[in-house]
Ligand binder design. Sequence first.
Ligand code: B12
Length: 240
Amino acid sequence: MSKEAAFPGGFLDEAGLNRQHVFDLDSLPAAVLAALDVQAGERQLILIGHGGRRLWERLQANGMAGSDPIDDYSTRTIRQWFARELPDHRFRIPFPGARPIGLQALGALAGWHQPSPLMIGVDAEWGSWYAYRAVVIADTDFAPSPRHVGYSPCATCRPAPCISTCPAHALAGGQFDLAACSHHRLIPDSPCAMGCLARQACPAGSEHRYDDAQIRHSYGRSLAVIRQYYATEPRTPERQ
Ligand code: B12
């Protein structure tokens, strides 16, 4: 493969894995490489994300399966993509996986991540309605993707409806208060348990807002993590 080979992203786009960025491994900062355990012959990192609703639509059409249906679908789709488009190439998928990888840091290098009061990255096109689905390390030799030139929609958003909408006032102090957010999500009949009112108030990319079932699915998962955290740690949500 030469550097001129076009990146065959159409299959991924169609599957809802519609954000892709190719990095040469030797262009990445040492701190990022340290988490990747790069092996001889590996040349590139392909960051794969989803933006908007298509991933969930395709997942529904394929059937939800496994303990983490979105991760399972993403991994399965990437394996199919390599088999179909890049059969002569070696690859591995460190994320989803056991070892932590700083996905927002990679997103910042790709130009996808703009910081927001919510701590979820936003960008002008997708708003906060995107996430990182896979990190692939491969022996490919595509032209590296140019850094996406984005801007922060938060910079000019005044008054910021996310800050005033949050019933837990978790965004009010100029720094996201995860403890206040978590506490409010855990109270009985919390309006924040299965979705984030502040995120839904954000005007950026609102046409890409996930459908209600996807929001319930994802927030149900993070709520379970928060429940588990406070069930096993000797602390209260107010003081961590
Ligand atoms: C741990 C974690 C959580 C913890 C937060 C604990 C914490 N203090 O970070 C919990 C379980 C609460 C959580 C929840 C959610 N998370 Co989360 N989470 C992660 C995870 C696995 C690691 C983040 C981390 O600690 N990195 C280590 C530090 C050293 O890395 P860092 O880049 O320097 O730190 C960044 C993050 O920590 C972030 N951050 C700090 N505090 C908080 C708090 C929250 C709530 C979030 C979301 C991020 C965040 O900001 C830092 C600077 O960019 C990442 C995936 C990853 N591997 O990166 C996803 C990630 C940050 N989460 C994500 C999402 C979408 C969510 C949820 C909205 C999911 C959902 N639908 O419920 C919720 C947020 C709702 C809420 N308020 O509870 C996305 C954000 C996508 C984006 N557009 O940026 C990520 C990148 C996962 C992904 N696959 O895309 N999350």
